[in-house]
Design a protein around this ligand. Structure first.
Ligand code: BV8
Ligand code: ZN
Length: 236
């Protein structure tokens, strides 16, 4: 029996069970700012210190978080299914920590920093950051978080691989995303337009729920492991 090709898109909801604030929470909870107003090049140009305080706060929160059963299930699926592709909107790195080796990070990595003036880039896991904002060790200019901000283009090669993964998938799993951010939110339609099936795992219905063949309402750290345990039995 040929194993199905499964493509997965995750959002902040897959890390909620690990204690990482989602954008909707972080947006509301971080002082009086909305995440969306800080995750932009304009905000960084206007007040790099404030934007770095926001990222430093998130880095400190994430540093104390471990992968949850939803992350672990996605690592198992990658090991068991040759045609498995994981695409994430998250920048927290928990999929890699859980054991996924080939996750596509659409929006970058909060643990990467890069210089705004030269081509210096590096992993930086210092929490809290000191000095803040961090400066380029090579040219002294400001460093920025290695993430994709609103209004910035995604890495073309990564986006192309993600589009292909969903175009080729028999099954697309949409896990813990409000499906409001583009072009990520377009990916599931690559699957349904080619006759593939969509399953959604979320604590609430979203814009994608109407095109999903089934919606598992509940915390994905519970519903996704359950689904995988049942589904893998049908593959035996
Ligand atoms: C681009 C990295 C083009 C940073 C992120 C007007 C002006 C400018 C741009 C636009 C515009 N209108 C539209 C756009 C495009 C824009 C966009 O989509 N805006 C939206 C708001 C309408 N997109 C962009 O700007 C993208 N770039 O289009 O470039 C271009 C081309 C060429 C040249 C120049 C430009 C870039 C988008 C990437 C932005 N960066 N992150 C950082 O993280 O700091 S996006 C960020 O927000 C996250 O990465 C994530 O993608 C998104 C939040 O979404 P979710 O992950 O879904 O999280 P959210 O909190 O919303 O939802 C959580 C969900 O989980 C909920 O549904 C909840 O119910 C559920 N949940 C909670 N707990 C659980 C759970 N589910 C299951 N179990 C649980 N336990
Ligand atoms: Zn530099």
């Amino acid at each position: 029996m040929t194993l199905p090709k499964i493509a997965v898109l995750t959002g902040a909801g897959v890390s909620a069970g690990s204690g990482v604030p989602t954008f909707r929470d972080a947006g509301g909870l971080w002082r009086e700012f909305r995440a969306q107003d800080l995750a932009t090049p304009q905000a960084f140009r206007r007040d790099p210190r404030l934007v770095w305080e926001f990222y430093d706060w998130r880095r400190q929160r994430i540093a104390g978080c471990a992968p949850n059963p939803a992350h672990q299930t996605l690592a198992e699926m990658e090991a068991d299914l040759p045609g498995f592709k994981l695409v994430t909107q998250n920048v927290d790195g928990l999929h890699t920590l859980a054991g996924n080796r080939r996750a596509l990070y659409l929006h970058g990595d909060i643990w990467q920093v890069r210089c705004i003036a030269c081509d210096y880039r590096a992993e930086n896991r210092q929490v809290p950051l000191d000095p803040l904002p961090p400066l380029c060790p090579r040219c002294g200019a400001l460093l920025r978080p290695g993430v994709v901000w609103f209004g910035e283009p995604l890495n073309g090669a990564i986006l192309h691989q993600a589009m292909r993964a969903f175009a080729e998938a028999d099954i697309a799993l949409i896990v813990g995303t409000s499906a409001l951010v583009y072009p990520a939110a377009d990916l599931p339609f690559q699957t349904t337009q080619r006759g593939g099936v969509l399953y959604e795992f979320n604590t609430e219905r979203t814009a994608l729920s109407d095109v999903a063949a089934a919606v598992w309402l509940g915390p994905c750290e519970t519903t996704l492991p359950q689904w995988w345990a049942d589904f893998r039995r049908t593959l035996a």
